[in-house]
Design a protein around this ligand. Structure first.
Ligand SMILES: [Cu+2]
Length: 204
């Protein structure tokens, strides 16, 4: 128990503390930030390690699932990095997760999020759609995160952490094919939308 939460806390600490540290920096002109260092106290001489963030706090109206899916970029020319931590999943169950095109509905309605984000219109026919993670641009909806990077697998405690930070060279936080303003939906093995959350900036 302790171990499980300690691990979660560590993961969130690693990701969230640097993000929080950049709160006061405008997202779209990091050069401008350095130029006005003289008026800021305390003065930061080092380049912020993370400049663009998208965090979806995941929760559910129908289950106890909670957690987060996060994206960050060190600058607008670097690929986005993506990871997740989820808990209160069904032990040993497998879940899929996607970027959906629209935000979550007012009463935490995951259905309001619409379909998967597919900016290259790859999915012409749901019956034959098959994502090959090695060819994301031509075979995957870019929002098909489980198709591209692998499914979420809960451990015996119902916890799932991304086994690594995934490098996403096709989605960005807020530039080309942006995830900002969209949502993450987690589906169970039957495809039901069991949890969701909006992808929001936490660094402005
Ligand atoms: Cu989905």
């Amino acid at each position: 128990m302790l171990c499980r939460f300690a691990t979660l806390a560590t993961l969130f600490g690693v990701v969230l503390l640097p993000l929080t540290a950049t709160r006061s920096l405008p997202l779209d002109s990091h050069r401008a930030v350095y130029a006005r260092d003289t008026t800021a106290a305390p003065v930061t001489k080092t380049k912020p390690s993370i400049t663009r963030t998208g965090l979806a706090g995941i929760s559910s109206a129908t289950t106890d699932i909670q957690g987060a899916v996060y994206f960050f970029q060190t600058d607008h020319t670097s690929p986005a990095m993506m990871g997740y931590a989820l808990y209160n999943l069904q032990p040993h169950q497998t879940y899929s997760y996607h970027v959906h095109v629209s935000p979550v509905g007012a009463n935490h309605n995951c259905t309001a999020t619409g379909g998967h984000y597919d900016p290259y219109s790859v999915n012409k026919d749901a019956a034959t759609y098959k994502c090959d993670g090695t060819k994301p641009k031509t075979t995957c909806e870019l929002g098909d995160l489980s198709g591209r990077f692998g499914s979420i697998k809960a451990n015996g405690d119902g916890v799932a952490m991304s086994p690594q930070l995934f490098t996403d060279s096709y989605l960005s936080v807020s530039n080309m094919n942006p995830v900002h303003g969209r949502s993450i939906v987690v589906h169970n093995g039957k495809g039901d939308r069991v949890a969701c959350g909006n992808i929001e900036d936490i660094a402005n």
